[in-house]
Design a protein around this ligand. Sequence first.
Ligand SMILES: [Zn+2]
Length: 314
Amino acid sequence: MYVVGIDLGGTQVRAGLVDEKGRIVRREAMPTRAREGQEAVLNRIATLVRDVCADVPWNSIRAVALAVPGPVDPYTHTVRLAPNLAGWRDVPVGDLLSEKLGRPVLVGNDANLAALGEYRFGAGRGIDHLIYITVSTGVGGGIIVDGRLLLGHKGYAAEVGHHVVLANGPRCGCGNRGCLEALASGTAIAREARVAVAMGEETRLREMCEGDIWRIDARMVGEAARAGDDVAGRVMQRAGHYLGIGIVNLMHIFNPRRIILGGSVMKAGRLVTEPMWEAIRERAHTAYLEDFDIREASLGDDVGILGAAALALE
Ligand SMILES: [Zn+2]
């Protein structure tokens, strides 16, 4: 018995044939080419699914699931809005693909499914109360409570990146102010560093970006901080601090046993995790720290495929 997990990205669609133990038996990928329109993309996904299943009997495929960036309705398997797919809006992907494939097709938000994937196959195995947070260009997450993925009334639960950690803080991409994403994401790190350079602060980032502040990204800030640059160090420290505050809020509301951190910003390591832990130790009530730990995500680039596979296996 197998399932197919699909990671539907803005530039690439990746599919994996996955067995019950979470082993990716075969994988295929193709460019998304969202501009060709919805129908063309769905047809190509159907072809990709058949390709990845070519070596096994079709009736051994139990279900297919897609991890989609952006809000989805996990109850009707509809993509509500996918900005990086040429503005897909209210697309019943589950029904449309199921018709083409003759198999159940499920849809989930990518960060939610990453939580499910880490729970089933990765750093959260056996941990029935866990929160997954990805800190990258944006901040997303998924919450497992009592061994189940928390969906919420309409399926929009666990938008951890848009809970406010600094009232009247910087403007977030969502229009609100002071969201975790506006303080701890790679985008926020780059923005803070650009401001510092533009304000004439003494930092090696000025040379690193060759005078063009728009070349500054979170990776460059991390590199400068590691080389001992005070301004870059302060920017990373601030991001880690607010990540810690966000985590304390989540601890007090959900009382997780484990938090799993993924995403490119976490590659900065201690530059982010030290101020993060400092904020947690300072602010979390001690009872919440008992048997509590924080781990790195373990599924890496396969998290999309395996998260979707975990949903298809449910
Ligand atoms: Zn926001």
